[in-house]
Design a protein around this ligand. Structure first.
Ligand SMILES: [Zn+2]
Length: 238
């Protein structure tokens, strides 16, 4: 009988190793998704930067257009002023002068627009800098977090390898039929095939256990399963 108790205690030790392997493997599996999320967030910051650049470009184009328009009007005035020298008729002379005045008025409106656009360009440049700064900051954070994750990944991989070796050693000390039952429950249940008895309850599924079951489990002379979750019940000794 003492032999079976030893088997059960070893099984409980094996469970500790297996739950660690489970937790560390789960953490490892979660890393690619975490990295993908960080890349997506960084991509979002990048689009903010690109939008700001597009906005700046659009204002610069608008300013160039106004400048071209103003140049055309100035050329028009130069031409009209040339025409003035040819004209002898007073009425035509006045008409051209008034045309020149009207074009000058247009030019001064264009100048105002251009001054406003220059202000807009300054603001848009500041906006670009701001977005760029945000992107660079986020990039730094993401890179730092990624290298932290990669370090954690190597640490966990080494740890899981070590635990698997320990596990192999441990499994050899457990009789194949007991190990087989344990393995079957573990593959069905995921993390835990063994459940500690806490007071009158199964600690894994919280089922209230009959006194007879607790008593049987305490004797440690056979495998006793929880009637609800089918895990092997284990009574820890102080
Ligand atoms: Zn249970």
């Amino acid at each position: 009988m003492a032999e079976f108790k030893e088997q059960l205690d070893k099984l409980a030790e094996l469970q500790k190793i297996d739950s660690e392997i489970y937790d560390e493997s789960s953490a490892l599996e979660s890393f690619p998704e975490k990295i993908a999320e960080m890349d997506a967030s960084l991509e979002g910051k990048k689009s903010g930067m690109e939008e700001a650049e597009e906005k700046l470009k659009a204002i610069q184009v608008a300013k160039n257009e106004k400048e071209t328009e103003m140049q055309a009007k100035e050329d028009q005035i130069t031409k009209l002023q040339g025409d003035l020298n040819q004209i002898k008729n007073n009425k035509e002379y006045k008409a051209i002068l008034s045309e020149i005045d009207s074009i000058k008025a247009d030019i001064s409106l264009l100048e105002e627009d251009i001054i406003n656009l220059i202000d807009d360009i300054e603001a848009a440049k500041a906006g670009c800098e701001e977005e760029k700064k945000k992107f660079e900051q986020e990039k730094k954070l993401v890179e730092a977090e990624k290298s932290r994750i990669h370090e954690e990944e190597s640490r966990l991989k080494a740890s899981v390898d070590k635990l698997r070796q320990q596990r192999e050693g441990f499994s050899k000390e457990i009789t194949p039929d007991v190990l087989e039952v344990y393995q079957r429950i573990l593959s069905n249940r995921g993390r835990m095939a063994i459940s500690n008895v806490h007071g009158e309850f199964c600690s894994e599924c919280n089922m209230h256990l009959r006194p007879q079951m607790i008593n049987d489990a305490s004797l440690k002379n056979k495998l006793v399963m929880c009637e609800n979750c089918s895990r092997i019940l284990y009574v820890e000794e102080d």
